[in-house]
Write a protein that binds this ligand. Structure first.
Ligand code: MN3
Length: 202
C-alpha cells in the first residue's frame, strides 16, 4: 500500500435524513474526511513503511513516532480514523440495541437511559471541537470525550461508538443547537455494528 484511502460509505449521503442532512454528509465526507486523509498521506511520504500498518496503529504509539510527524499524525490519522468509525456506526433509520452490547451497557451504566444521559453529557460539555465516545478499556465500557481529533486509542482505549461534535458536523442543519443534534444521532446508530465492534474488542 502506498497510501491510505477514503472509506466508502455503506449508505447514501441522504440516508441519514432528516437527522443528518445530505449536504452536511457530502461536505463532511468529501471535504473534511478527505482533507485529514490528504494531510496524513502527505505527512507519511517521508516514512512510506508506515503505510504498511493500519492508521489506527500509529495512534496507539504516538510517542514512538518520528518527532517531525508526531503532531501531524495525531491530528490527521486521528481525523482519518475517527471519521471512519463515525460513518461505520450509523445507518439509515438506525437499529434497536440488542445482544451483548445491550447487556454490557446495562451492567456498566445501570440502564440504557443512564448510558445515553452520560454519553450526551460528554458530547454536550466537550468544549470547542472534539468527540464523545463509548470505549472499551480493560474489557469494561466507559464514556469519555476527547478534544480536536484525539483518539481514545492513544490512551489505550478502544472506541466502539463515536460522535463528532465539531461544528462542521452539525452547523448547517442545527446551527448552535448541539444538544438536538446529539439527541438525533441516537436515531441513526447502527447497534448491530457497535455490537460487532464490542465483541471484537474483547
Ligand atoms: Mn468531522
Amino acid at each position: 500500500m502506498e497510501k491510505y484511502e477514503l472509506p466508502k460509505l455503506k449508505y447514501e449521503y441522504n440516508d441519514l435524513e432528516p437527522y443528518i442532512d445530505e449536504k452536511t454528509m457530502i461536505i463532511h465526507h468529501t471535504k473534511h474526511h478527505q482533507g485529514y486523509l490528504n494531510k496524513l498521506n502527505a505527512a507519511l511520504k517521508k516514512y512510506p513503511e508506515m503505510f504498511e500498518k493500519p492508521a489506527e496503529e500509529h495512534l496507539k504509539n504516538l510517542s514512538s513516532l518520528p518527532e517531525d510527524i508526531r503532531v501531524a499524525v495525531r491530528n490527521n490519522s486521528g481525523g482519518y480514523v475517527n471519521h471512519g468509525l463515525f460513518w461505520d456506526i450509523m445507518k439509515k433509520d438506525g437499529s434497536e440495541i440488542n445482544g451483548k452490547i445491550k447487556q454490557a451497557i446495562e451492567e456498566a451504566f445501570g440502564s440504557f437511559e443512564d448510558f445515553k444521559e452520560q454519553f450526551s453529557k460528554a458530547a454536550t460539555t466537550r468544549f470547542g471541537s472534539g468527540w464523545a465516545w463509548l470505549v472499551v478499556y480493560n474489557s469494561k465500557l466507559e464514556v469519555m470525550s476527547t478534544a480536536n481529533q484525539d483518539s481514545p486509542l492513544s490512551k489505550g482505549k478502544t472506541p466502539i461508538l463515536g460522535l463528532d461534535v465539531w461544528e462542521h458536523a452539525y452547523y448547517l442543519n442545527y446551527q448552535n443547537r448541539r444538544p438536538e443534534y446529539i439527541e438525533n444521532f441516537f436515531k441513526v446508530i447502527d447497534w448491530e455494528r457497535v455490537n460487532e465492534l464490542y465483541l471484537k474488542s474483547l
